[in-house]
Design a protein around this ligand. Structure first.
Ligand code: PEP
Length: 255
């Protein structure tokens, strides 16, 4: 059975003080909830604050990006060697990194290779744009992103992928459960083609895109969906706790 994950992508939000407060609220609310992995991904400067506030709790910490080089002349970048030992997870290939910071399938692949080598657990993001969906290219785009992103990688059991349709991120316009389930089925099929059925069955594939406490159960109840990568709704402790609680309840009732 795949353990679902609810991961909060805080993006470029919070201050040192509000990061600490959010960590405390989340910790208090989710620590008694089992059967779901909980992850928060604050901005780089606050990773140590989050790590300290969440020490000894069930909430894990992730970063929002990682560079593939160990060190060197890469102003503004943070290497996998720097993150190893500080965080457990790292988001890689988020559509905002692809759209605004020049990430390509090739650089996403380099980040994934480096993160895995450093013992980090990637949350590898893929997803089609609105125009690609409207042009009937969703399957082709998702298969390409998965194939090139995972090039040369021995996919470990329990690896995490997030299906995030670009048109649903931060727009309030979420996919429907069946729509996300279908896309995630395609992603799993591509992983199976590349790495075999057993690995594909173990890979956790999350849905992301305007997930809220009002729609999370619809996604969590889909057979292919193993949790969520959540932006806006992860910035409030009560809302994040509700996402975790509902995901746990729905997962416990899944066949
Ligand atoms: C995200 O940032 O990965 C995301 C899904 O954002 P939101 O939940 O706000 O749409």
């Amino acid at each position: 059975m795949r353990i679902p994950i609810v991961a909060g992508n805080w993006k470029m939000n919070t201050t040192a003080a509000s990061c600490a407060e959010l960590c405390d609220g989340i910790r208090k609310g989710v620590d008694g909830i089992s059967g779901v992995e909980k992850v928060v991904c604050p901005p780089f400067p606050f990773l140590f604050i989050a790590r300290d506030r969440l020490k000894g709790s069930s909430v894990k910490v992730g970063a929002q990006n990682v560079h593939w080089a160990e060190r060197g002349a890469y102003t503004g970048a943070v290497s996998h060697m720097m993150l190893a030992g500080v965080v457990e997870y790292v988001i890689i290939g988020h559509s905002e990194r692809r759209a605004y910071h020049g990430d390509t399938d090739e650089t996403v692949n380099r980040r994934l290779v480096a993160a895995l080598a450093a013992g980090l657990k990637p949350i590898f993001c893929v997803g089609e744009t609105e125009s690609e969906r409207e042009a009937g290219r969703t399957e082709e785009v998702l298969r390409r992103q998965v194939r090139l992103g995972l090039k040369g990688i021995n996919v470990p059991e329990g690896f995490v992928i997030a299906y995030e349709p670009v048109w649903a991120i931060g727009t309030g316009k979420a996919a429907t459960g069946p729509m996300a389930n279908e896309a995630i089925g395609l992603i799993r099929a591509e992983v199976a083609r590349l790495s075999g059925a057993a690995v594909a069955q173990s890979v956790r594939i999350l849905y992301g895109g305007s997930v809220t406490p009002d729609n999370v159960a619809e996604f969590a109840s889909q057979p292919e969906i193993d949790g969520g990568l959540v932006g806006g709704a992860s910035l409030n402790a009560d809302s994040f706790v509700s996402l975790v609680r509902q995901t746990a309840e729905v997962a416990a009732a899944k066949p």
